[in-house]
Design a protein around this ligand. Structure first.
Ligand code: ARG
Length: 458
């Protein structure tokens, strides 16, 4: 395709280091769509004849059918998906194929193909997130009043409801989804027609190709258009953030599924056994989601470092933009699907969760709050009195609300029998009814509004 200037062909090493077809063949659909839009525009502008455009279009349609059926052939001499397709087009329709590349370069071609691919990856991520959100909201509705220990420092802190805990991830995913939507809106400009770097002398219609490919508008600066990969970085940043959230959820499921916790039974379909220990059921899918998040962050780092310090416009370094994005997208799509399955199909052991909430003096803050409210004690002093009560309960290995009133009153005479109404885990969660709090009534409202936002209810 570029041999005219060269006396000798590339060495074997050059061929190998240069070839991107092993991975950029994944862009074949976008490449053919871009070429068909470009050829139609060239004909409409009178830059190529209608007959040539028709032959090009029919040839490209045939190539698409062949790729669909048999895959994309991998010939390193043809470097990349763009030259692979053009070379096949030449075999099929002869010299007219050579007119397709008028007013175009592989630089704007690859920028266009890759944007189309990344835009679709954003849409897939948004759909995958939505499915996981629906699973979370469904389970949160079932467990709006199921009590579990809430943790800070992974130490029992205050009782919360399982529904509230699950909705925390709904919120994270809501922001993740909006990051993909933002990225998609920003990348909604078509580079095609920027040509190699400076634009073209042919009377092309960039608005027409942009519209044909479903972009809002053409890019405004040809140098930027062929050099910009921040659309791919936007995707990877959104993917990395989302993967970090999935990793935290995965970690909690792994912890909760362990025998000492025993809060959840993960679905058999998303667990594995051990080849040696017959009793084992391992949370491999969750562990892999946690693990994959590292690779997704790695993909983001890889592309950031590739792009750092590149002068305008195109440099071949940028060919390395695709593998990290393809890898991250595959991992993210799978991770989202695996998490949705785990959330939808897990069985929560609510009795065990409740027991754990009762065991850890989780209502100590409620005793302190009661002293403030009912006895007018300053909070700092109430905190101190409650600490003494916890110490006593711990030494006797009983729950706070199992201490006899006489013993509580001996610690502070302002404590009376009304305190017991505040010390149950039910009373504790019901009391936390501030907006955004864990009270079952508040969680029920949040579930209802999330279901409306997701279109699950009218
Ligand atoms: N395979 C190349 C890539 O992915 C296509 C662009 C090549 N452009 C060039 N000037 N050599 O980046």
């Amino acid at each position: 395709m570029w041999g005219g200037r060269f006396a000798a062909g590339p060495s074997a090493i050059m061929r190998e280091i240069n070839a991107s077809i092993p991975f950029d063949k994944a862009l074949w659909r976008e490449d053919i769509a871009g070429s068909r839009a470009h050829a139609a525009m060239l004909a409409a502008q009178g830059i190529i004849s209608a007959e040539d455009a028709a032959a090009i279009d029919a040839g490209l349609a045939r190539i698409a059918a062949d790729y669909e059926a048999d895959g994309v052939p991998e010939d390193w001499d043809l470097e990349d998906i763009h030259m692979t397709t053009e070379s096949r087009l030449t075999e099929l329709i002869g010299p007219a194929a050579g007119r397709l590349h008028t007013a175009r370069s592989r630089n704007d071609q690859v920028a266009t193909d890759f944007r189309l691919w990344v835009r679709a990856a954003c849409e897939r991520a948004e759909a995958g997130i939505e499915a996981l959100q629906q699973a979370l909201v469904t389970r949160a509705g079932e467990h709006a009043a199921s009590i579990m220990p809430g943790f800070t420092h992974l130490q029992t802190a205050q009782p919360v409801t399982l529904g509230h805990h699950l909705l925390a991830y709904y919120e994270m995913l809501r922001r993740d989804r909006s990051r993909f939507a933002d990225a998609r809106a920003r990348m909604d400009e078509c580079p095609l027609g920027s040509a190699a770097l400076a634009g073209t002398g042919f009377p092309i219609d960039r608005a027409a190709t942009a519209a044909a490919l479903g972009f809002a508008r053409p890019t405004a600066n040809s140098l930027d258009a062929v050099s910009d990969r921040d659309f791919a970085l936007d995707y990877l940043q959104a993917a990395a953030q989302c993967a970090l959230h999935l990793s935290r959820l995965a970690e909690e499921l792994i912890l909760w599924a362990s025998q000492p916790f025993g809060f959840v039974r993960l679905p058999d379909a998303l667990s594995t056994g051990s080849s040696i220990m017959p009793q084992k059921k391992n949370p491999d899918a969750a562990e892999l989601v946690r693990g994959h998040s590292g690779r997704i962050v790695g993909a983001l780092t890889a592309l950031m470092v590739t792009m750092k310090g590149l002068p305008l416009a195109y440099s071949k370094d940028m060919q390395d933009d695709k593998p990290p994005v393809f890898e991250a997208a595959g991992l993210l799509d799978l991770s989202l699907a695996a998490m949705a399955g785990m959330i939808a199909e897990s069985t929560f052991d609510t009795a065990r969760m409740r027991g754990a909430a009762e065991a850890g003096f989780a209502t100590a803050t409620d005793l302190a709050d009661w002293l403030v409210r009912a006895a007018g004690v300053p909070f700092r002093e109430a905190h101190h009195i409650t600490g003494a009560a916890v110490r006593l309960a711990e030494s006797r290995a009983v729950a706070l609300d199992s201490l006899p009133l006489a013993d509580l009153a001996a610690i502070d005479p302002r404590i009376d029998e009304r305190v017991f109404a505040a010390l149950s885990v039910e009373a504790s969660v019901a009391a936390r009814a501030s907006y955004g709090g864990t009270a079952p009534a508040r969680v029920g409202e949040q579930v209802a509004s999330a279901r409306r936002a997701l279109g699950m209810d009218k």
